[in-house]
Write a protein that binds this ligand. Sequence first.
Ligand code: MCA
Ligand code: AMP
Length: 502
Amino acid sequence: MNANLYALFASRFPQDRSACCIETHDGLYYTWNDLDRATAKIANLLAGLKLPRDARIAVQVEKSPEALMLYLATIRAGYVYLPLNTAYRAAEIEYFVTNAEPAVVVCSPQNFGWVSQIAFKSGTKHVFTLGEDRQGSLLQRAALQSNSFDTAHREPGELAAILYTSGTTGRSKGAMLTHDNLASNALVLQEYWRWQPGDVLLHALPLFHVHGLFVASHGALLNGSKMIFLPKFDAAEVLRRLPRATVFMGVPTYYVRLLAEPGFGREVCANMRLFVSGSAPLLMDTFNEFRRRTGHTILERYGMSETTMLVSNPCDGERVGGTVGLPLPGVSVRVVKGDGSPCPAGEVGDIQVKGPNVFQGYWHMPEKTAEEFTADGYFKTGDVGRFDERGYLSIVGRSKDLIISGGYNVYPKEIESFIDELDGVVESAVVGVPHPDFGEAVTAVVVLKPDARISEPEIVAALKSRIANFKVPKRVLFVPELPRNTMGKVQKNLLRERLVNT
Ligand code: MCA
Ligand code: AMP
């Protein structure tokens, strides 16, 4: 049997291939036939490049149906998809390209100059462009290809994607996900979330992270469901489209912003079946207010790039606010003490997971991979939580130093290293403080040299030119010194407390 994930999707396409598969915000309709032919053409283009079996295809493009097709074509041709956030700047792209050594890079036409320079310098042979309105060399070249393609044969354990994720120390690590990791998770979620005939997904998430690329798209593809594609989340646009949708997925910021829309309520949600939230903690206030305004109970679930989805509130059973639900069928989740022994219900400990969804390790980092697994094969999530008596999991914190802002992960150490390089800075500490829209706001606390003149706007401007904009601190505060414990470690909890109270 061919374990290629694309083969699984293709086996679930609806019988009527002339039905709509993707509808865009500006009124274009793509049928299932279009999806099949376009992915065949792109797969033929990639296959014609005679790439090695595990070739990585790194992609930094704006969201569009063609961007999704490029992902599917990569899988179909048997190569490894490597999505990159469109906010990443040169230093970030250089790191990913150098680390992953992709055979092919696809970027937006307007970024071709700098991206191709980085790519060619690191040994990439092919750089194509793809714009949000179908312009660019990728589709020009693919247009000349045949529109049929025999999906490449892949074993369950062969790589389908690499997702870069922040870690506790050091630079980003590439989480290696196999065809089976992705297929098993998609199949479990289809059943667990009761995808049904007639479902229509309103897709507003970006296509470069697990949530939008896998959880949302895979669900619709596996169910043969139409997707209404928005180029990005925009609360007013979502409101306009909701009456024709049945399923919506988002990070908590989306729900906060929807609730801020005066026209949002039961009427626009009348056709809806399911609202899913994840990637960051959903506040009880949002959960309750959403239920009050719409009559719908948001289903919160918990996932990671390394594991895709591992725990979810049920579709049919009770969805408990403030919890992320129950371990998914076939996934083993445990909460353990420092010595590795299991915590009884109600006690807080480290969350660990094992199952067909768990990744194969970090790309080219065998030592880091070994560190993150226990002797009995559980992956250490770096999240801290507790099970209740009924088996619902609550996440109460993170042992990893990570900020989640609007669903994007920000790794404090990376931001600190950029700030520390600036003239006049002695040292810095970056923390997340509660923020009404983004959940947490990246905040920098900086110690300057006595004669330094650098100001908050100057630090912000310097960072904006170097790193993705969502990582740039919303506030920069100056202090004479950072609070440290007796071991000399910066006391970030103390800083956070002080910042909340200022
Ligand atoms: C944009 N900005 C942000 C963020 N996004 N600041 C902090 N955090 C953010 N997430 C800033 C920009 O830097 C810019 O600032 C200003 O907001 C406007 O930018 P724009 O792009 O127009 O913002 P937006 O369209 O309002 O975007 C906010 C957003 C977006 C819609 C919440 O960030 C988003 O779609 N987030 C979802 C992320 C996601 O998909 N996460 C899933 C990861 P300035 O003007 O100063 O430059 S997958 C995952 O975590 C796991 C596996 C899981 O469980 O799902
Ligand atoms: P990433 O590395 O981008 O895949 O982000 C994964 C991290 O997001 C997890 O380790 C959690 O810390 C966090 N996360 C995802 N879903 C939730 C959720 N529902 N509640 C709290 N944190 C979450």
